[in-house]
Every structure is written in structure tokens, then in C-alpha cells.
Write a new protein. Structure first.
Length: 258
């Protein structure tokens, strides 16, 4: 039975529609990160362009018919890329299932977020995160769990930075891309690592201060960078890095190993 499921997953993953869908998903990620970079840049220089996170970036596309139509394309891309990651999780050996499974969750969440934006039901992620954190803290050892989540997120951020330095993301590509793709990929992964580190730090702060309102999502994490020395420069650099990741995502749609 297990062998049969493994074969079915491989067949589904190699289906041309799923492969094209996976590449569309990477392109969708590129659009998302470019808009997110623009929001972060506005935030760095005192603008009020909107909530600088995934749902805020998607909401930016709802202001005109072209953007609204693009949201449906992004939804299909995220959903099919999530499906491809699911097939990867089933097709790989047990020790290699975690990474594609985690990515599948990410893209499914993005698809769900896109649906909520399309139907106008998306909520403020910072407040939603604070509410979830408050609920977690109400349980025994909840504070320790929140702190642990923060440390894990910081660890993921550090992993992104190491991946950039060692060019580990090239393993995800079917062939070696042009040098400019490598450079924007490195800048993009560093920026994502810094942003994730900021989010994780907020969870640790919430745990150490016993204040769930200190926790927040990506928007709160990016805003927190303004409080560090030369915060405007740091946030602007992260915004540029996020734009680089968006450009890399478009290149990944071309060179990805699917």
C-alpha cells in the first residue's frame, strides 16, 4: 500500500499540469514579494501604504479590475504549488518529507489568505497573532510554548541567512542559473531571514514580558526594525532584499527543479 501511494505521488507530481502549476506558484510568490517590498519601503520612509505582510500585499491588488483578476491567478498558482509540494512529501523517503510538507502548508495558507482577500474577510494579522498568543499563554506552560515558537522562528530566519551565504538554494534549481539570479537570490534569502528573525524576537519578547500584545506577524516584525539603530536604513535594505527575492522567484519559475 505504501509503495503504491509512493508511485501515485510521483505520477501526480510529474503531471504536466501540476508542473506548470508549480512554476506558476513560484511566479505568484514573485508578485507577492514585490508588492510586499513596496509596502515595506513605504513603511521605512513614513508612508502608510497598508499592512506590510502577505494579506496586506494581496489587498493592494484589489483596487482595480486587473489586480482583482491577478488575485485569481495567484490563487491558482499557490494552490497548485501547494499540491506539488504535497506530492513531493509523499514521494520522498521518510527522512526527507518534512521540508516539502512544511512548504505545502505555507502555500496552502497563502491560497486561503488569497481567498479571504478576494471575499473581503481577511483580518489584521497583528491582532490575530496577539489573540492567538494570549490564548496560548492562558494554558499551563503556554508562556514557554510561545517563547519556543519564537526561538524556532528565529532559527528558521538564521537558516535562511546561512542558505544565502552557502548558496544552498541552488539545490532547488534544475540547472545553474545566471550569476545575477544567484546574487538576487542571496539578497532575498538574507532579507527573509532578517524579517523572520524580527518576528521570532517579538514572540520571545511576548513570552519574557508575559504580554501577548508584544507578539505580531510580519507587519509588526518589519515595524520593529525601525526601533534598531539606523532602523530606516535597515528596513529599507530589507525591503530591497524582499524585492530581490521576488525577482528570484520569477527566475525560480524558470529554473526550478519540478
Amino acid at each position: 500500500m505504501r509503495h503504491s501511494a509512493h508511485n501515485l505521488a510521483r505520477q501526480a507530481g510529474s503531471n504536466p499540469l501540476v508542473e506548470v502549476g508549480a512554476r506558476l506558484g513560484y511566479a505568484a510568490s514573485g508578485v507577492l514579494h514585490l508588492v510586499l517590498a513596496w509596502l515595506a519601503l513605504q513603511l521605512a520612509f513614513g508612508g502608510n501604504g497598508g499592512q506590510a505582510d502577505q494579506s496586506g500585499a494581496l489587498r493592494q491588488l484589489t483596487g482595480n479590475p486587473v489586480g482583482a483578476a491577478l488575485l485569481w491567478v495567484l490563487l491558482v498558482g499557490f494552490a497548485l504549488l501547494g499540491l506539488w509540494e504535497v506530492t513531493e512529501a509523499f514521494a520522498r523517503p521518510a527522512k526527507q518529507k518534512l521540508k516539502p510538507a512544511a512548504k505545502a502548508v505555507v502555500y496552502v495558507v497563502l491560497a486561503v489568505t488569497t481567498v479571504s482577500v478576494l471575499y473581503g474577510t481577511s483580518t489584521n494579522s497583528n491582532q490575530q497573532t496577539a489573540n492567538i498568543t494570549a490564548t496560548a499563554m492562558s494554558y499551563p506552560a503556554g508562556i514557554w510554548a510561545v517563547g519556543a515558537v519564537g526561538l524556532v522562528v528565529i532559527g528558521v530566519g538564521l537558516f535562511h541567512v546561512v542558505k544565502a551565504v552557502r548558496k544552498g538554494f541552488l539545490k532547488d534549481l534544475a540547472e545553474h542559473p545566471p550569476q545575477w539570479v544567484v546574487r538576487v537570490g542571496q539578497a532575498g534569502y538574507v532579507a527573509k531571514g532578517v524579517a523572520l528573525g524580527a518576528v521570532g524576537a517579538l514572540f520571545v519578547l511576548a513570552a519574557t514580558t508575559h504580554d501577548p500584545n508584544k507578539a505580531g506577524g510580519l507587519d509588526a516584525g518589519l515595524r520593529s526594525l525601525l526601533a534598531v539603530p539606523a532602523g530606516v536604513v535597515v528596513l529599507a535594505a530589507v525591503a530591497v532584499g524582499l524585492a530581490c527575492y521576488g525577482i528570484y522567484s520569477f527566475a525560480r519559475a524558470r529554473y526550478a527543479r519540478v
